[in-house]
Design a protein around this ligand. Structure first.
Ligand code: ADP
Ligand code: MG
Ligand code: MG
Length: 876
């Protein structure tokens, strides 16, 4: 028979699937002998059964009864006993932490009679009344589904009321419940418990929990466990209080405990940023013994979990209780630093450190930051809750943030404090600014989890949502829509837009001078990744500057040098002349003028990558991309005709644009097709590369060029082009009297190429999988149009879990890659292969490419460290 309920003493930290993270860790702390109020956990299995059936599974009620009796016996009190009541909390807790997203009900067991008993036993009628009003409010909103405003309109959560005022509030809250539900607040404690458990189960499916899961890619079918736990009271006067702490700073990773404490407070009060909190050092002054005990518990937990932990604690009448711990969420900056520090402290080894920090987190650290400027003055200052540089229009509520962001605006969400209902706005915003709350506030925790920039507790800001503005104390009024800049690293808030520049981690990894602990830690872990990885990492770089940057960031060559960029700017006129040419002599003249320019580009890039491979892709896009727009040009020529100022060139150009116009250019005359249809074009490019190579050899360099033919579907195309290219290379060899080694390979970016890769391999010296086009042609999604609306709908409706342009679609596109690799090597054992789509820099995809046995991935320069990192993790 299934058992649905486990006592805390029966579980351990590895049972998160069954007990949820909170339950598993409560069990672990209980077994470590830490002061945890006793209780029991109803398993996620029970929740899943409930969600499927719509009611409690058979036997659950009886099991809860049994465990409740056990708890009552231990505590020497009965749930809701009128004379001396046991009260419990009913707490959600899923496998993956979803802070504040689901429900928790505190003080279950209070009613009109037991509130009197609690007052008598505690000798504190105000405390008892305060607890009762909290239960009515939490039960009313969470269990009965009444809008929170119905309660919060009556009293602000920050108000400290006396006992008579509280009694009035209690009467009003009961009345509110009656009018909203048509029934009285349930006085039977066991009935309260039953309903609260049910509400926690059901909270798995609230919209905000669903949204959070989607954002964090947590599966939808796990369900939550429910923890029923004896209450301890932080709201029992000034010798009590509650707090949240971290064993290290979760924003920067700096060693040393960090925490917020609020005297005379319960539960969410700290996190909600209702009153401004005290620091741990203040706690040391108030309750030295509790403080010391807390620090000892923190050290113990950190060593036990071998990681940064966060902890919820409550002090009841001078006695410390631990209510929760988990591996703490942290910023990418902290993740890198903590991992390296734990290695130094001997808690983990380098493999584990690397394994703990995803490439995505390193990627976040490569983004720009605000450039230093000694003259800039902050308008306000808060806590650096989550780093980053956010510039955008201030918006004052979640809905506005979502709406403005949807029309393409960068916004910064400015709130007094955030609640779980603000989640959509936090997702939509570049950054979050609050005027209340500390580093453990809801805003801070959620922003860190999402990697959003966040400054919290900027108390110089007074927000007036009704007037759609905020005032900076002693300063100006900022209207909604005004641009502000928020520095999550320093906690500074600036009016207007601040210039951003290179990140310190990026600078450090590129070999620049930095003195920053995170940058040092990143370099160290990346060095370790290099010792582990099998995959080589190249860069996609089209210019000498990019090539140098990529090399500094550790690229082992260029996997994709696009040549079309070399045809833009002032060279566009030459390309135009080439396309418009009707005589072979005009065309050759245009090509002859392009040749030296292209050669110069190649020479510099080969120099920047001396000794490393440089894969040059022959021109790929449809030629009309270099010509003016058909409609614009038609109008222009018509106007010129009217004014009798038209010249022949205009008409020729228009004719060419008409001729090259395609309904579906991405499936049109591009790639290898250009090489076959436009005489001399590929030959010119090959000559430029061959001459540049000869120049580099003459200069004593070690050039390693490769020529790559795009959009090949059949070996015949490649053979035709190959013939042209080899001839040119042979010509240059003879002219210059050198032997040139320039392998000629192909991109595999059409399904046909992948499934006939064995035949194509016979004409190719190497393969490079172009997964952007391969995704486009496999799914039939236009990659230029798809990104905005349509993939979003697909994501929302769960058709795809992530955009296939972002992370390789393993089942479809990935299968084609697998096939291409297998067939290619079947025909030519040891054939060298890489990937050069955007996917080459995507952490998840890199693991796949490693698995299928590619030799390298190629990605944009700033992604190179991420790819090295992730290739190292893939090999662990
Ligand atoms: P969340 O997952 O949103 O953090 P929790 O279940 O941790 O929700 O509970 C919300 C708040 O209630 C926390 O601050 C917690 O410390 C407090 N709390 C939960 N159980 C108890 C208890 N038994 N006694 C006192 N406070 C409690
Ligand atoms: Mg909560
Ligand atoms: Mg909690």
């Amino acid at each position: 028979m299934t058992t649905y309920v486990r006592d805390f003493s029966q579980g351990n930290k590895d049972q998160k699937d069954l007990l949820g993270g909170k339950g598993a860790n409560l069990a672990e702390m209980t077994n470590l002998g830490l002061p945890v109020p006793p209780g029991f956990t109803i398993t996620t299995e029970a929740c899943r059964a409930f969600l499927v059936a719509g009611h409690e599974p058979d036997g659950l009620d009886g099991e809860v009864d049994r465990h409740l009796r056990g708890l009552e016996d231990r505590m020497g009190r009965r749930l809701g006993d009128p004379d001396d009541p046991l009260l419990v909390s009913v707490r959600s807790g899923a496998k993956f932490s979803m802070p504040g997203m689901m429900e928790t009900v505190l003080d279950v067991g209070l009613n009109d009679a037991s509130v009197v008993g609690l007052a008598r036993q505690s000798g504190d009628a105000r405390f008892a009344a305060d607890s009762y009003r909290r239960l009515l409010q939490m039960f009313g909103t969470t269990v009965l589904g009444i809008d929170g405003a119905a309660f919060s309109d009556r009293m602000d959560a920050g108000d400290l009321l006396d006992v008579d005022e509280l009694r009035d509030v209690i009467a009003d809250f009961k009345e509110t419940i009656r009018t909203h539900t048509g029934a009285d607040f349930p006085q039977d404690p066991r009935e309260q418990l039953r309903q609260a458990i049910r509400a926690v189960f059901a909270s798995w499916h609230t919209p905000r929990a669903t949204l959070y899961r989607r954002h964090e890619q947590i599966p939808d079918d796990l369900g939550t466990a429910v923890n029923v736990q004896a209450m301890v009271f932080g709201n029992r006067g000034t010798a009590s209080g509650s707090g949240v702490c971290f064993t290290r700073d979760p924003a920067t990773g700096a060693p040393g405990a960090y925490g917020d404490y609020l005297p005379d407070a319960q539960g969410e009060d700290v996190v909600a940023g209702i009153r401004n909190t005290l620091a741990l050092t203040d706690l040391a002054a108030l309750h030295p013994a509790c403080h010391a005990q807390l620090l000892a518990a923190m050290a113990r937990l950190e060593r036990h979990y071998r990681d940064l932990c966060d902890i919820e604690f409550t002090i009841e009448d001078g006695r410390l209780w631990l209510l929760q711990t988990r591996i703490g969420k942290r910023t990418p900056e902290a993740a890198v630093r903590v991992a390296a520090d734990l290695v130094d402290e001997g808690l983990i080894d380098l493999d584990e450190a690397l394994g703990r920090v995803g490439g995505q987190q390193l990627a976040a650290l490569m983004f720009p930051r605000f450039l230093p400027d000694p003259d800039r003055v902050a308008a306000a200052r808060g806590m650096s809750a989550s780093p980053g540089a956010a510039v955008g229009r201030a918006v004052l509520d979640s809905a506005t943030a979502v709406e403005w962001a949807a029309r393409g605006e960068d916004v910064v969400l400015v709130r007094k404090e955030t609640t779980p209902d603000d989640l959509p706005g936090m997702v939509a915003a570049r950054g979050i600014l609050t005027s209340r709350g500390g580093k453990t506030s809801h805003a801070a925790v959620v922003a860190r989890g999402m990697g959003r920039t966040c400054v919290c507790g900027a108390d110089a800001i007074e927000i007036d949502v009704d007037a759609r503005c905020f005032r900076v104390r002693g300063g100006p009024v900022v209207q909604e829509g005004d641009v502000i800049s928020v520095d999550g690293g320093t906690g500074e808030v600036f009016l207007g837009s601040v210039a951003v520049g290179e990140s310190l981690v990026a600078r450090g990894l590129a070999g620049g001078p930095v003195d920053d602990p995170t940058a040092r830690a990143a370099a160290r872990l990346l060095g370790h990744a290099d010792t582990r990885r099998r995959l080589a990492v190249r860069a996609n770089a089209d210019t000498p500057d990019d090539a140098r940057l990529a090399r500094a960031l550790g690229a082992q060559g260029i996997g994709l040098c696009r040549t079309e960029h070399m045809f833009l700017g002032e060279r566009r006129a030459l390309v135009e002349a080439l396309i418009v040419a009707s005589e072979a002599s005009d065309r050759d003249a245009a090509l002859a003028r392009l040749l030296p320019l292209q050669r110069q580009d190649f020479t510099e890039i080969l120099a920047a990558m001396d000794g490393l491979p440089v894969t040059v892709r022959l021109i790929d896009p449809p030629l009309h991309e270099f010509l003016p727009d058909l409609t614009d040009l038609s109008v222009q020529v018509a106007l010129e005709d009217e004014r009798h100022v038209a010249d022949e060139r205009g008409h020729l150009l228009l004719a060419a644009v008409r001729r090259l116009h395609e309904t579906n250019p991405m499936l049109g005359l591009r790639g290898v097709r250009l090489g076959i249809v436009v005489p001399g074009l590929f030959a010119m490019q090959a000559r430029a590369l061959a001459e540049a190579t000869a120049d580099r050899v003459a200069a004593g360099g070690d050039p390693r060029p490769e020529l790559m033919v795009p959009l090949v579907a059949t070996e015949r195309e490649l053979l035709l082009v190959r013939e042209q290219l080899e001839q040119v290379i042979g010509d240059v060899e003879r002219e210059r009297g050198v032997r040139l080694s320039i392998p000629i390979g192909t991109m595999i970016e059409l399904p046909r190429a992948a499934v006939t890769a064995d035949r194509i391999a016979l004409a190719a010296d190497f393969f490079s999988f172009g997964t952007n086009d391969l995704t486009q042609t496999t799914w039939g999604f236009s990659r230029d149009d798809v990104e905005s609306e349509f993939v979003q709908d697909y994501l929302d409706q769960g058709v795809v879990a992530t955009s296939p342009f972002e992370s390789i679609d393993v089942d479809g596109v990935g299968e084609l890659v697998r096939t291409g690799v297998r067939l290619g090597r079947q025909a030519r054992p040891g054939l060298h292969m890489g990937v050069c789509g955007e996917h080459g820099g995507d952490p998840q995809s890199i693991h796949f490419f490693d698995d299928v046995g590619l030799d390298y991935v190629s990605c944009s320069p700033y992604r190179v460290p991420v790819a090295r990192w992730e290739a190292g993790r893939s090999a662990l």
